[in-house]
Design a protein around this ligand. Structure first.
Ligand SMILES: Cc1cc2nc3c(=O)[nH]c(=O)nc-3n(C[C@H](O)[C@H](O)[C@H](O)COP(=O)(O)OP(=O)(O)OC[C@H]3O[C@@H](n4cnc5c(N)ncnc54)[C@H](O)[C@@H]3O)c2cc1C
Length: 290
């Protein structure tokens, strides 16, 4: 069985950054990836908030970070990990390979929860977005809508109200799940219009979204729809192994350490406030150094 000093699960920005730091520290490193290099960001046409690049595609950014990790000696195993057996030497079982490692960094990321309505996937990057901080400026001066009732949705609406002419906040209940103070703040902003007890039933537009229909038949003209109805962490692998918060994210301490001394967690899969590229890279750094 192959043995490495450090095994990393996930070749997203967190995992790749952890690989750079671990390799530079002289450790032997294997990165497991089950789907595609770069993780979530690889599907984003443009990133405008990663330091040093005022504009870069998600694919190009992840290719650069991947190349850097590989040039430093990290190895990629294109294989989905299916089981972890903790221990002084952790055992990592993937679909087609099996390894042991002294240290394990879990960087399996998360997926955005989708609305689940027709044409949603076709329109991603063409008016449908899951991240206001990432894509808000693309709709400067425009009309947008945010769907959701938690802190992320309300924060997104407040953030977008500073950039866009008009923001609709659509929530399926008549009360927000978000903190009361935050919801009150949003209610007092003049260019935010609440659409409560309403859901989005149809997306309209040819090449890009131009209107949405709500379940009561109302049609809203808009330039973008931000879907903020939660994230689903990729934690199937560790559900019975590590401590998870009530939303299923892995709980770790300041050094990204889990309840096991040699198992660390980095990036979007970890309990944290901000899920961004820079915070994923920061976690990868902290976990590797720890
Ligand atoms: C469309 C879109 C646009 C975005 N735009 C921006 C932006 O402009 N700026 C910004 O800061 N943030 C943006 N984000 C958020 C940002 O992409 C994430 O915060 C960041 O990529 C998280 O990185 P990560 O490494 O933690 O996880 P991920 O990117 O989710 O990577 C996790 C990787 O682990 C792999 N994996 C999971 N389970 C297994 C397993 N069992 N075995 C092997 N591999 C596994 C997955 O296949 C995946 O490749 C965007 C997100 C999306 C979806």
């Amino acid at each position: 069985m192959n043995h490495y000093d450090v095994a990393i699960i996930g070749a997203g920005i967190a995992g790749l950054t952890a690989a750079i730091y671990s390799s530079r520290a002289g450790k032997s490193v294997v990165i497991f990836e089950g789907e595609g290099i770069g993780g979530q960001i690889a599907s984003s046409p443009v990133v405008e908030n990663y330091p040093a690049y005022s504009e870069i595609s998600g694919m190009e950014l992840s290719d650069k970070i991947y190349e850097q990790a590989i040039n430093l000696g990290a190895e990629l195993e294109f294989d989905k990990v299916v089981e972890i057996i903790p221990g002084k030497k952790a055992i990592i079982k993937a679909e087609y390979s099996e390894y042991t490692a002294d240290k394990l960094i879990i960087a399996t990321g998360a997926k955005h929860r989708h609305l689940g309505i027709e044409r949603e996937f076709d329109l991603v990057g063409r008016g449908i977005s899951y991240c206001a901080v990432c894509d808000g400026t693309l709709y400067k001066g425009g009309t947008v809508a945010v769907v959701g009732g938690g802190n992320t949705a309300v924060t997104s609406a407040i953030y977008l109200s500073g950039i866009c002419k008009k923001v609709y906040l659509i929530h399926r209940r008549d009360e927000f799940r978000a903190d009361v103070e935050l919801a009150e703040r949003a209610k007092n902003i003049s260019n935010i219009e609440m659409k409560l007890s309403r859901t989005v039933s149809r997306l309209i537009g040819d090449d890009k979204i131009s209107q949405i229909e709500l379940n009561d038949g109302e049609i809203l003209d808009l330039d973008a729809l931000f879907v903020n109805i939660g994230q689903v962490p990729n934690t199937e692998l560790v559900r019975d192994l590590l401590n998870l918060d009530e939303s299923g994210f892995i709980i770790a301490d300041e050094s990204c350490k889990t309840k096991y001394d040699n198992i660390f967690v980095a990036g979007d899969v970890r309990t944290k406030v901000a899920r961004q590229l820079t915070t994923a890279a920061a976690d990868g750094t902290v976990a590797a150094l720890a």
